[in-house]
Write a protein that binds this ligand. Structure first.
Ligand code: URA
Length: 189
């Protein structure tokens, strides 16, 4: 059987009713960006704006993420791939439940496999804990390079942490983006 493409997968996921989030969503927010990206960002789940428009990270967190991509990775965000741990908005922006995360995980894994990035950058606790299979928090996890399957993995804070005024979050996000940049530009392979 031929491998399905990102577009096939997106079409399939757009009709998913595997968990309860399907009942309250406006639409599935599959992910967006360059299907051959070097950098693959993973957030937590769509917020209100993303749920309405069908695009990940288009609110305040997205603006900060786009700015950091430009300043530290020296590319436009459209050259990266951006997805979330869960593809449907949790009602009232509550945390995604374990069962929702595990139900959605095969979609994330297939996205990663199809994009085949050099480095994965999980943003915040949910994405970092999921891919590193740990209960450890992002404050302790960040600042280092790990691997996930054949990809490098550089966990960092979620941009919302920086927007909430965590004084170290923005500074550390810049450092983590610089680590990812040096991996992709070949200085750290
Ligand atoms: N926060 C996330 O984690 N993901 C989005 O898509 C938007 C905000």
């Amino acid at each position: 059987m031929t491998k399905r493409t990102l577009k096939d997968l997106s079409h399939h996921v757009s009709q998913c009713v595997e968990c309860g989030l399907a009942e309250s969503r406006t639409q599935v927010v599959f992910g967006s960006g360059n299907p051959n990206a070097d950098y693959f960002f993973i957030g937590e789940g769509p917020g209100a704006k993303e749920d309405l428009e069908g695009e990940p990270f288009i609110g305040r967190s997205g603006k900060l993420l786009s700015r950091l991509i430009g300043e530290e990775l020296k590319i436009d965000r459209s050259q990266c791939y951006i997805a979330n741990v869960v593809k449907c908005r949790p009602p009232n922006n509550r945390n995604p439940k374990s069962i929702e995360i595990s139900t959605c995980k095969p979609y994330l894994d297939e996205q990663i496999q199809l994009v085949n990035p050099v480095v994965i950058i999980p943003l915040g606790n949910f994405a970092s804990r999921l891919l590193l299979n740990t209960k450890e928090g992002i404050t302790n996890l960040r600042g280092e390079r790990y691997s996930y399957k054949q990809h490098y993995l550089v966990p960092t804070f979620h941009p919302a942490a920086a927007l909430r005024g965590n004084p170290d979050a923005l500074k550390n996000m810049r450092l983590d983006f610089q680590l990812a940049y040096s991996i992709v530009s070949g200085n750290l392979k």
